[in-house]
Design a protein around this ligand. Sequence first.
Ligand code: ZN
Length: 88
Amino acid sequence: MKAHTEKGVLCDLCGKPGARLRHVSRSYGSGRSLLIVENVPVTSCPHCGESYLSAEAALELDRIRENSRKYAVTREVPVVQFGESDAA
Ligand SMILES: [Zn+2]
């Protein structure tokens, strides 16, 4: 077990302290098969610039994606294609 401290955790990749646990939204697929998973815990390291999931988080994501019909709620959300602003 890694120690979780105010200073952040040790990076799994470069081993330096200061990696931060963040919660982000991830999206999978596109169009009608788009699935958005919110609140995914991601460790991001300012030293090597990597963001990665813990093994447990990756397993949970696999479970969610395999059973997305069971867990997902359908929400109406605004979606924009990149490049569709008036400045383009
Ligand atoms: Zn690192």
